[in-house]
Design a binder for this molecule. Structure first.
Ligand code: SAM
Length: 241
């Protein structure tokens, strides 16, 4: 039976307490610093400035990224992989940090959302993608190439994934689709491996880890989202196998 450990607190405080080299797969969906950038989004059919919450505003984003990514490197297994999602607001900073910390960058993966929210301003292209860095400590990392190919109808899987945004299960504004996490966990971990999500939000990674029989550690700072994640993961049936 897969174990689930949910931690309510700051990832910068709690990650140093985790065992070194103990995690096979880290999926991190950190604050993007998107709020307050002047983007208009659509709420209840009306244009409003994008504000995902206080959690999305970090004072010194690059320093913050350097600190938590360094902890990811410490806890990541020698053959583990680190997957970090973002947008143009934090993607360059994360890329710099990965280079500074000497990680091996495996891929830049583009998640294309064909049904992304339409753009209300008429001054740029409609953002329809998120970017995911995939990195490891060494060139010998676990990656299930054959399964990825199988999931792609027998053809080599490319670094452009078309996955529609799903109807949210919770009120978290940045909830990721379960199908995105399912694909990542299947390709980059095995049953019984440990998966860490240091910015757990509504618990999507935990839900998928439980279904796929992976052990899971999730950290979330916000009271409401932490409670949401606990409830969501508890209500998820474990794998029947
Ligand atoms: C982009 S959201 C993650 C959404 C998640 N992937 C999901 O599917 O619901 C980032 C989350 O990180 C949390 N967070 C921000 N700073 C944090 C920190 N220092 N430690 C732990 N959690 C933090 C926020 O409260 C927010 O819920």
């Amino acid at each position: 039976m897969a174990e689930t450990r949910l931690i309510h607190g700051d990832a910068l405080e709690w990650m140093p307490k985790l065992e070194p080299n103990s995690i096979q797969l880290i999926f991190a969906d950190p604050p993007y610093n998107l709020s307050g950038s002047g983007f208009l989004t659509c709420k209840g059919g009306r244009p409003v400035e994008c504000n995902k919450g206080q959690w999305d505003q970090v004072d010194n984003l690059h320093e913050f990224n350097r600190r938590w990514v360094a902890e990811c490197v410490r806890v990541l297994a020698e053959d583990g992989t680190l997957w970090i999602s973002g947008t143009l607001h934090n993607h360059p900073s994360i890329g710099m940090v990965l280079k500074e910390l000497g990680l091996w960058i495996i891929n830049d993966l583009i998640w294309y959302k064909p049904n992304a929210t339409p753009l209300l301003q008429r001054n740029r292209l409609a953002p329809s993608t998120e970017l995911i860095w995939i990195a490891s400590k060494s060139k010998k990392y676990y990656f299930n190439y054959e399964l990825a190919k199988q999931l792609n109808g027998g053809k080599q899987m490319r670094n452009l994934w078309t996955i529609p945004a799903e109807k949210h299960q919770t009120d978290h504004p940045a909830e990721k689709p379960e199908s995105l996490l399912t694909r990542i966990l299947l390709i980059a971990s095995r049953e019984g491996d440990w998966v860490l999500d240091p910015f757990m939000g509504s618990g999507t990674t935990g839900v998928v880890a439980k279904r796929l029989e992976r052990h899971f550690i999730g950290i979330e700072i916000d009271d409401h989202y932490f409670t949401t994640a606990i409830q969501r993961i508890q209500e998820t049936p474990a794998s029947p196998f």
